[in-house]
Design a binder for this molecule. Structure first.
Ligand code: CUA
Length: 346
């Protein structure tokens, strides 16, 4: 019996189909527009990322070849052997073809072995011991910020990691609470920070600049705002930075001095350390030199007077769930003085 023929819906018209395909193509290709964005992993700026990229390229090409081959065969079969009007016959039914069975077992196995060998090669390079002259950095993940130590240089900071160009840097990664993941897309692949154990990774940065970093493992409410930055700089600039970071906070004058008094008289001191003052809390980041950082609030706000004021006025609004809960209502004058102080902590 012939099925009754229905009038085609509006969605079957050629202009509609073309418009939908066009919109899809635009949406997909939009991702190819900007090539060198902060999040891209495709333009390596370190040896670690170069190794990953060298693996990514052949695997992608392999996948493209297989995709085209499989889809080509599928489409060929669909069109070549489709049911034809007036032909009710059933195609010949076959079962078992030893040669074909062997071929389609062997071919994927060979592909998998190729992928395995390439991956092992890359892993051997990434997991190799760090060179002995590597700079040693210890990173502790917290909900939702990053504690940063340079054990050999006597430097403690947070959310901003300075490293010199062309020198290997060796990270020890730990967590204070839940599992986080340390990731600088343009410099290195992800590595988890596990409570109760230490993971390590090393790489050699090959270009100066400010690189965005993220927590890449869901770790609670503000996971998406658990960011940091890596500053890759010349050796001289790095040495100057280290020298500065080792110092206690400078003596304050004017409004900044009033802000400093306010800071130690309020609950701020229970959570933050500012070396050289009475503030020795360890729940939040060490902010001895927070004024010198490019970003504040765990890497999410640029360090400007407006943003420091915004953060001090409404930390829960900026980063819901974080542990900075204002103990007392701060007056706008308090916030102005504290902003002056925080900005002066260079
Ligand atoms: Cu820490 Cu996600």
């Amino acid at each position: 019996m012939q099925p009754t023929k229905r009038a085609p819906g509006w969605w079957h018209s050629r202009p509609v189909i073309l418009a939908v395909l066009g919109a899809l193509a635009v949406a997909v290709l939009a991702g190819c527009g900007a090539v060198d964005t902060p999040q891209t992993t495709l333009f390596p700026r370190s040896d670690n990322n170069q190794v990953i990229n060298d693996l990514y390229a052949p695997l992608t090409w392999l996948a493209i070849v297989i995709f085209v081959l499989v889809q080509g065969l599928l489409l060929y079969s669909v069109f070549r052997f489709r049911a034809r009007r007036g032909d009710d016959s059933i195609p010949p039914q076959i079962h078992g073809n030893t040669r074909l069975e062997i071929a389609w077992t062997l071919a994927p196995s060979i592909v998998v072995v190729i992928m395995l060998l390439l991956t092992y090669q890359a892993m051997a390079k990434i997991e190799a011991d760090p060179p002995p002259d590597a700079l040693h950095v210890r990173v502790v993940g917290h909900q939702w910020w990053w504690e940063v130590h340079y054990p050999d240089l006597d430097v403690v900071t947070a959310n901003e990691i300075h490293i010199p160009i062309d020198r290997p840097v060796y990270f020890e990664l730990e967590s204070d609470d839940v599992i986080h993941s340390f990731w600088v897309p343009r410099l290195m692949g992800k590595r988890d920070l596990m409570p109760g154990s230490t993971n390590t990774i090393w790489f050699t940065p090959q270009e100066e600049g400010l690189f965005a970093g993220h927590c890449a493992e869901y770790c609670g409410t503000a996971h998406a705002q658990m960011r940091f930055h890596v500053v890759v700089e010349s050796e001289i600039a790095f040495d100057n930075w280290v020298e500065k970071q080792r110092q206690p906070a400078e003596e304050m004058t004017g409004d900044a001095a009033l802000g400093a008094e306010l800071f130690v008289s309020r609950a701020c001191v229970t959570c933050h350390t500012i070396r050289g003052t009475d503030a020795i809390g360890t729940i939040g980041p060490d902010i001895t030199h927070v004024g010198s950082r490019v970003y504040i609030a765990g890497g999410i706000l640029e360090n400007s007077p407006e943003n420091v004021t915004l953060w001090l006025s409404d930390p829960q609004g900026v980063k819901p769930g974080n542990e900075m809960i204002l103990p007392l209502p701060l007056s706008s004058e308090d916030i102005r003085l504290l902003t002056e102080y925080v900005r002066a902590l260079k």
